[in-house]
Design a protein around this ligand. Structure first.
Ligand code: GTP
Length: 597
């Protein structure tokens, strides 16, 4: 074993700049797959990832490359997700490598996420090799993009590798650059075992699979290992690497990465960031860990058909097996019945989970409006986290409320800058910086997370004709003038419609939802007031007029069978109605009131 002949690297890029295409090329050139096995984009293994073209699960692939110096190198490629929601997964993937390929689309240039990812790589002390991709495109402008990389990121781009991952042009030069420019891993092969638990997932045939990077020592089949944080001890069944096929090697040593299986039943027993050591000869210290990923966006998920509650619970549990960053707990709503409060890393993460529940588990769900986690300082000194507006405590017991803020970086062509600034101001943004990169503006804003979880990204894309790119990181909590807005139908509060807002926006948003409900709730025999209120104070009001009496009478004429049908239909409709005091609200009204967000 010679560490000098190993290189561990990640590929970082903005979405669509060609990371997966390049990874496939590298695997094709020196991986363990035949051409027939070489499906498109082998690294994106889940269907949804493939359809949406986004990479979620980080995986490692071992490549074997004979370099120009005649030596055969072991190259371990760590895949990283490309979307802001998964920034945390990027950081732990980077911690397992010594270097990164920075892929930039030569026809597009540096984007907001390129920056976010490359800063993480710099923080992880990576050697960075810039790669200009898509040089086959007529719009590619290599000198301009090189200049951008130097100006904006501040790394030397004079020796950037120019490639077309699509045609294969220049790709062998990437391999040579990896070998020559990235450092070899350092570690003590004969020391006590210290392996970083990079990721784990559940496979229905194989059980829990753990992705590791060995820093010191060796891990072997049959060995008893100990998780240093949880203290759990397991016997190693299998050790090996992905080529990307799973290949057992029986051992991994310092400097290498690969998988291990140890008869572990659930992913909950593995903690990402934990250090794995030899139970018989443990290391004295764990490796520096990474912070756990914390869900920042929460919403309620309720089955439309209440008999599907158990099915929903089982499905959520199954999804969690493969995704420990998502969280859920039972929730009970007067409007929507039994369901779950679920926490996600961001909006895209939320959409992906919802889509999987729909597609893989065939569940019809109502989703309540997403909400961030507020921190409430109570008058008695307690600090409480609020995940659900329905749990808002008695306001007299609250001293102050804090909300999470983010630092957002937006890059946009000059023409659309005005629109972007207006949007950020409307969302309570505070400008931090405004600079230019060629004819593109780069704006940095502080924004409340609550203002971007709803539709910020969609708005940004539509007002910039798709040209703006956006990235954010959560900065911390700041006190704000925040209130809970309740929605009352005929003087009864409807829990599923309550939301948190900044006081300056409470009235506008309260009015919006009252206007919608006015059209969504059918007329009754009496007048129905719909109100939005902060505590006892009404801030918006609409009224549904009473129905004229003769309208119902008409329905009950005709022959008996027709009447029967009508009654059955009404019963059917009943199931889908929720009673609030004297008012019946169709479930569809909730769905629509919430969907229009
Ligand atoms: P995510 O997985 O979403 O992060 O995207 P990615 O960065 O992995 O991008 P991907 O490899 O999926 O490529 C995005 C698109 O660019 C695809 O349609 C590719 O076919 C195309 N593409 C990738 N490399 C090249 C290239 O060198 N030239 C041209 N013309 N197109 C390319």
């Amino acid at each position: 074993a010679d560490l000098r002949h190993i290189r561990n690297f990640a590929i970082i890029a903005h979405i669509d700049h060609g990371k997966s295409t390049l990874a496939d090329r590298l695997i094709q050139l020196c991986g363990g797959l035949s051409d027939r096995e070489m499906k498109d984009q082998v690294l994106d293994s889940m269907d949804i990832e493939r359809e949406r073209g986004i990479t979620i699960k980080a995986q490692a692939v071992r490549l074997s490359y004979q370099a120009k110096d005649g030596v055969t190198y072991e190259l371990n490629l760590m895949d990283t997700p490309g979307h802001v929601d998964f920034a945390y997964e990027v950081s732990r993937s980077l911690a397992a490598c010594e270097g990164s390929l920075l892929v930039v689309d030569a026809s597009q240039g540096v984007e907001a996420q390129t920056l976010a990812n490359v800063y993480q790589a710099i923080e992880a002390a990576h050697e960075i090799v810039p790669v200009l991709n898509k040089v086959d495109l007529p719009a590619a402008d290599v000198p301009r993009v090189k200049e951008q990389i130097e100006d904006v990121i501040g790394i030397d781009a004079s020796e950037a590798v120019e490639i077309s991952a699509k045609t294969g042009l220049g790709v062998p030069n990437v391999l040579e650059a990896l070998v020559q420019r990235l450092p070899a891993p350092e570690g003590n092969i004969d020391g006590p075992l210290q392996a970083m638990l990079v990721d784990s997932w559940y496979d229905s045939y194989l059980g829990v699979i753990i992705l590791i990077r060995v820093k010191h020592g060796r891990i072997k089949r049959g060995m008893k290992i100990r998780m240093m944080q949880t203290g759990a001890v397991h016997q190693v069944d299998k050790v090996g690497v992905f080529t990307p096929k799973m290949v057992e090697t029986g051992e991994l040593h310092a400097g290498q990465m690969g998988f291990l299986m140890a008869g572990i039943k659930t992913v909950a027993d593995t903690q990402v960031g934990d250090t794995i050591t030899d139970d018989a000869k443990p290391a004295l210290q764990p490796l520096p860990g990474f912070k756990p990923s914390i869900p920042v966006v929460w919403c309620g998920l309720f089955p439309i058909d209440s008999s599907e509650y158990e099915h929903l619970r089982d499905s959520l549990a199954k999804l969690r097996l493969n995704d420990s960053s998502f969280d859920f707990a039972p929730e009970n709503s007067a409007a929507l019945g039994f369901g779950f409060r679920c926490g996600f890393l961001g909006l895209l993460h939320m959409e992906i989970i919802q889509e999987r529940l729909d597609r893989e588990f065939d569940l019809d769900l109502i989703t309540t409006a997403p909400s961030v986690v507020y921190r409430m300082h109570m008058t008695n000194g307690d600090v409480k986290e609020l995940h659900n507006p329905a749990d808002f405590p008695d306001p007299v017991k609250i001293a102050t409320i804090e909300e999470p803020w983010v630092k957002a970086t937006i890059m946009v062509p000059d023409d659309y800058l005005g629109n972007i600034l207006a949007l950020c101001t409307e969302r309570r943004g505070e400008q931090v910086e405004l600079t230019y990169v060629g004819n593109r503006a780069m704006v940095v804003y502080r924004l409340p997370l609550n203002e971007i979880v709803f539709d910020f990204y969609d708005r940004l894309k539509s007002i910039s004709k798709g040209y703006a790119s956006f990235d954010y990181e959560v900065e911390g909590y700041t006190e704000g003038d925040l209130v809970k807005v309740s929605i009352l139908v005929n003087a009864e509060p409807v829990d599923a419609l309550a939301f948190m807002a900044h006081r300056s926006q409470a009235e506008y948003r309260g009015r919006q939802i009252c206007e919608r409900l006015k059209d969504l709730i059918p007329k009754h025999l009496f007048k129905i007031p719909i109100q939005a209120a902060i505590g006892g104070k009404v801030i918006a009001r609409e009224t549904i007029a009473a129905m004229r009496k003769d309208v119902t009478a008409k329905c009950y004429g005709g022959d008996i069978s027709r009447k029967r049908k009508l009654l059955d239909k009404q019963k059917e409709g009943k199931k889908r109605m929720r009673q609030f005091g004297k008012v019946e609200i169709p479930q569809t009204a909730f769905i629509q009131a919430l969907r229009m967000g």
